[in-house]
Design a protein around this ligand. Structure first.
Ligand SMILES: [Fe+2]
Length: 247
C-alpha cells in the first residue's frame, strides 16, 4: 500500500530543513486562470497525453508537449540534435501561447502535465533542474485541488491555480493527487542565464550556498533509496500484479 501520508522525516528533508536551504520561490503572475483552464482542457481532449517515462509512477502521470525538441507534441524528452519548437497543440490555445511568448526567456521543453486522481509520483530528483545548474523548472498550476500533496524535500508546496512557481527539482520531490479531479500543471524548462536570474529576488539567489553544500550528499541518499525501483521497475511490477491497467 502506498504511503500517502507525507511527513517530514526522510533524511534529506531533515538535512534541507536544518541547512536552511530554500527549495521554492514564487514569481510574479497576473494570469487569467479561467482561460488557462479552458485551453488546457481542450488540449488534453484533442491530444491525449502520454505516460511520462521513468519508474517514479504507475502510469497516472502524463504529458503533452507545447514546446518540444523537434515539435512533436508526444515527445517529452530532450532530443540531441533537435531544437525546441512549438507543437501543434499550441494552436488550440492562443492565450496560453501569448503567455509563453511573453515569457521571453530561453525556453526548452514546455509540457502540460496531468496527474490523475489517486495517483502518486514517488520520491525522485531531476539532477540538473535547478537555478543553480543548467535548467530551471517553472510551474504554473492550472487545475489543482486541496487534496494534492506535493513536497520538494522538507517544503510542502501548496501552489494555487494561476500562480507561477519556481521549484528546485534537483532536490527530491514527490506528489500525490488525493482529490477527485486530475491535476494539471504547465511545466516550463528554461535555460539558466543572467536574464533568468534577474527574475528572482536577491534573497533567494543568496541562499544558493546552503543548497550547494548538501546537494551532493542528498543525491547519493536518493540513489541509495531508489536503486531497487529503477533496477526492477515500479511500473512493470504494478502492471504484473494486475493492480494497474495501462490505458
Ligand atoms: Fe521530477
Amino acid at each position: 500500500m502506498m504511503n500517502t501520508n507525507f511527513g517530514h522525516l526522510f533524511p534529506w528533508q531533515l538535512l534541507t530543513r536544518f541547512a536552511g536551504a530554500r527549495m521554492t520561490c514564487r514569481l510574479e503572475s497576473n494570469l487569467d486562470v479561467i482561460r488557462l483552464g479552458k485551453e488546457a482542457e481542450k488540449i488534453i481532449e484533442e491530444f491525449k497525453p502520454v505516460d511520462q517515462h521513468g519508474d517514479d509512477h504507475a502510469g497516472g502521470w502524463k504529458s503533452v508537449s507545447l514546446i518540444s525538441f523537434g515539435g512533436d507534441p508526444f515527445e517529452s524528452k530532450v532530443v540531441p540534435g533537435k531544437l525546441p519548437m512549438k507543437t501543434p497543440a499550441l494552436q488550440l490555445a492562443p492565450y496560453l501561447e501569448s503567455v509563453l511568448d511573453a515569457f521571453d526567456y530561453d525556453k526548452q521543453r514546455v509540457r502540460m502535465m496531468q496527474l490523475l486522481p489517486g495517483e502518486t509520483i514517488l520520491w525522485h530528483d531531476d539532477y540538473s533542474e535547478s537555478i543553480d545548474s543548467v535548467t530551471a523548472r517553472i510551474h504554473i498550476p492550472i487545475v489543482t485541488n486541496s487534496d494534492v500533496k506535493f513536497q520538494i524535500s522538507h517544503e510542502d508546496c501548496r501552489w494555487l491555480a494561476g500562480e507561477i512557481w519556481y521549484g528546485d527539482f534537483s532536490f527530491p520531490h514527490r506528489v500525490h493527487n488525493g482529490g477527485r479531479k486530475r491535476r494539471i500543471h504547465l511545466v516550463i524548462d528554461v535555460r539558466v542565464n543572467d536574464q533568468l536570474l534577474g527574475l528572482f529576488p536577491p534573497e533567494y539567489l543568496a541562499n544558493r550556498p546552503k543548497r550547494d553544500r548538501i546537494r551532493g550528499i542528498i543525491a547519493l541518499m536518493v540513489r541509495f533509496y531508489t536503486w531497487r525501483r529503477y533496477r526492477f521497475g515500479y511500473m512493470k511490477r504494478k502492471q504484473k500484479s494486475g493492480l494497474y491497467q495501462a490505458g
